[in-house]
Design a protein around this ligand. Structure first.
Ligand code: OAD
Length: 250
């Protein structure tokens, strides 16, 4: 790896020259906004059992318990704001015709920062889906009255989130895979890189010839395929890397 200064310059040059850029984000980009990650020291999966709260079986067994947990998360996320990393990613989208953001986050902070070209691979905590008619609607009630019911058909509503054991939305995944396979540079921010299929997008991009840049507080398995890895906080590192001059250096 080059020293930090030349690594930053190299990343900026690659980004400045790239026609097509894809960004992949995980919980780490929202950590600096105060949203808990899943696997860190205070991560959600350290303190809660996913099988009790984030599976279709758990919801079938006790929908009120699952909704109480999502209400707690909605209350927490409702107080959070995007950080400089979210804003830098949104600005990058504005500067590029060929840009796509693939996020595993459900918190909506990318949209709050202005991102519009994105796939939310794991859903969105501010959307609900009817378990009967499957209608998806935005719902920002905090807390949502439990148990929430569908205005269209009266069926029980569930969070519009991909739970363990469920398949991802085919359109979102397809879009994410195409964006990975066709980009010239992929920027990966704040994901542990162990949850599939999201984790497969980086190797897919690399195999298709993309230059891969990773930003994370800690080393991850994705570091092995990254051309450049930056260890640090997303809110500090991402704005520095994405603050490049669009005119490529000679
Ligand atoms: P994880 O909690 O697994 O990983 C968060 C990553 O962010 C770790 O690699 C941390 O080192 C890194 N990190 C933490 N703070 C950071 C900071 N300030 N700056 C940069 N990096 C930081 O979260 P994900 O990889 O997003 O799925 O997890 C993937 C999926 O697993 C989630 O979408 C969720 C979970 O089960 C569903 O809810 C469906």
């Amino acid at each position: 790896m080059p020293d930090q200064h030349s690594a930053i310059q190299q990343a900026r040059d690659r980004l400045a020259r790239a026609g097509a850029i894809t960004v992949l984000t995980g919980a780490g980009i929202s950590a600096d906004s105060g949203v808990p990650t899943f696997r860190g020291a205070d991560g959600l999966w350290r303190n809660f059992r996913a099988e009790d709260l984030a599976t279709p079986e758990a919801f079938q067994r006790d929908p009120n318990l699952v909704w109480a947990w999502y209400n707690w998360r909605r209350e927490l996320i409702a107080t959070k704001r995007p950080n400089p990393a979210h804003y830098a990613v949104a600005e990058l989208e504005r500067r590029r015709d060929c840009f796509w953001l693939v996020t595993q986050n459900v918190d909506g902070l990318h949209q709050a920062a202005g991102s519009r070209k994105l796939s939310e691979l794991h859903g969105n905590i501010w959307k609900v889906r009817c378990t009967v008619c499957e209608k998806v609607t935005e719902n920002r009630e905090v807390p949502i009255p439990i148990p929430p019911t569908c205005l269209a058909c009266g069926g029980l509503l569930r969070p519009h989130i991909v739970w363990f054991g469920e398949t991802l939305n085919a359109t979102d995944l397809d879009h994410g895979m195409k964006a990975a396979a066709s980009c010239e540079v992929m920027v990966i921010i704040g994901t542990s890189g162990i949850v599939y299929p999201a984790a497969s997008l980086a190797p897919l991009a690399r195999a298709a010839g993309a230059f891969v840049i990773e930003i994370n507080r800690e080393p991850t398995p994705l570091g092995g395929i990254a051309d450049l890895s930056f260890q640090g906080r997303a809110s500090e590192v991402v704005p520095v890397l994405l603050d490049f001059d669009d005119r490529p250096s000679e």
